[in-house]
Design a protein around this ligand. Structure first.
Ligand code: GAR
Length: 207
């Protein structure tokens, strides 16, 4: 079977990107990362990509102050790389509707909570975990989902939960959640690369 061509979009540390790189190298996922795109020029994930000689692109506000120009550039980068799957791995910018339309059910996102809790506009990164602690919930986790026009609203592919203990703080929750992100994101990419994921309405069937 030919390798699935993927683009990974990042904004920061890129630990999820690293896991995908490692799982491809191990042979767990039959895919190749055609391009890593960052909307931050200093994202550490860019260094991780360069270390593995993966092509990188920076589509940031400094070079493209207008949102429409960033979208146009992103569309061009994805098109030129012929990608079949776009993985948002800590990409903290809303994807434009035209890109979502062109890549319908071909863009996935990892979110650091059990959607629909602690998700939607304004819920990203550490902020999510701060709100989790404040709310007093006993369970949180991570979700991999397809991206549609509703923020964090697309069909859910996979979720996994962790316990929130009384002594937990934002840091410890983030660590526990990242650990499960590093498990479910590569698994979702693997299943997609094997054609085992089917979208049925707003639900996902794992074959
Ligand atoms: C991850 O926790 C991911 O779930 C979150 O950003 C972090 C990126 O970490 N994404 C969102 O909050 C999207 N709404 P990483 O750069 O180490 O992979």
């Amino acid at each position: 079977m030919s390798k699935l061509k993927i683009a990974v979009l990042i904004s920061g540390n890129g630990s999820n990107l690293q896991t995908i790189i490692d799982k491809i190298e191990e042979g767990y996922i039959n895919a190749e990362i055609s391009v890593v795109v960052s909307n931050k020029e200093n994202a550490y994930g860019l260094t991780r990509a360069c270390e593995r000689k993966i092509k990188t692109e920076i589509v940031d506000k400094k070079t493209y102050p207008m949102k429409k120009d960033r979208n146009k550039k992103l569309m061009q980068v994805l098109g030129e790389a012929n990608v079949e799957l776009v993985v948002l791995a800590g990409f903290l910018e809303i994807i434009a509707d035209e890109i979502i339309e062109k890549y319908e059910n071909k863009i996935i996102n990892i979110h650091p909570s059990i959607i629909p809790s602690f998700s939607g506009k304004g819920y990203y990164g550490e902020k999510v975990h701060r709100k989790v602690i404040k709310s007093g919930v006993k369970v949180t986790g991570a979700t991999v989902h397809f991206v549609n026009k509703e923020t964090d609203g697309g069909p859910i592919i996979m979720q996994k939960a962790i316990s929130v203990n009384f002594d937990d703080d934002t840091r410890s929750i983030q660590k526990k959640v990242l650990n499960i992100e590093h498990e479910i994101l590569p698994l979702a990419v693997k299943l997609i690369s094997e054609g085992k994921i089917e979208v049925v309405g707003n639900r996902v069937k794992v074959k």
